[in-house]
Write a protein of this length. Structure first.
Lengths: 112, 112
């Protein structure tokens, strides 16, 4: 199906574990983004990518790693999860040029 | 960097009344101002956007106004309906890489 998908939708992990959140889009959009959503903070940008093999930090990058070997995929890895990383994570994509960002359904991550 | 403030954080209106949500931004270079609606358990979805060369834009019951001099923009929803109940986010582009800075959200509740 066309669109932007995220997996898993729900994840429970323990502190210190590595976890990877997946994002896949079928539009061949150049830009992809990872946000976290926390009460009182809205959506905060973690990392973004302008194209395959081009990534850059956003507002809150500490503790996260991204890669983009293919245009359609943009995984987000928490190398050693902490309780403060409990959040809802959204992936988004955009064709660029100051255009709309399209959001995925989100992944609710709980770190115990 | 860009800073976007959004008010109010919660808004309750009766069905049929109007709702207004206001945002201010700090970066005079911002040119693109989208509004997103987020329903429970879903990702944000664009409902309307405006660019800096336009002062007002309307789409059925939804309108957005922009005052570039004062650096503020507003969302107006007329004849509200129960299905308008959701969290609304304003955003402003940062001028680079199609990034957006989001406000902290407004929870709108439309009561019967």
């Amino acid at each position: 199906d066309a669109g932007i998908t995220q997996s898993p939708r729900y994840k429970i992990t323990e502190t210190g574990r590595q976890v990877t959140l997946m994002c896949h889009q079928t539009w061949s959009h150049s830009y992809m983004f990872w946000y976290r959503q926390d009460l009182g903070h809205g959506l905060r940008l973690i990392y973004y990518s302008a194209a395959a093999d081009i990534t850059d930090k956003g507002e809150v990058p500490d503790g996260y790693v991204v890669s983009r070997s293919k245009t359609e995929n943009f995984p987000l890895t928490l190398e050693s999860a902490t309780r403060s990383q409990t959040s809802v994570y959204f992936c988004a994509s955009s064709p660029g040029g100051g255009n709309e960002q399209f959001f995925g359904p989100g992944t609710r991550l709980t770190v115990l | 960097g860009e800073n976007v403030e959004q008010h109010p954080s919660t808004l309750s209106v009766q069905e049929g009344d109007s709702a207004v949500i206001k945002c201010t931004y700090s970066d005079s270079a911002s040119n693109y101002f989208p509004w997103y609606k987020q329903e429970l358990g879903k990702g944000p979805q664009l409902i309307i956007d405006i660019r800096s060369n336009v002062g007002e834009k309307k789409d059925q019951r939804i309108a957005v106004t922009l005052n570039k001099t004062a650096k503020h923009f507003s969302l107006h929803i007329t004849e509200t309906q129960p299905e308008d109940s959701a969290v609304y986010f304003c955003a402003a582009d940062t001028g680079t890489a199609s990034k957006l800075t989001f406000g902290t959200g407004t929870r709108l509740q439309v009561t019967l």
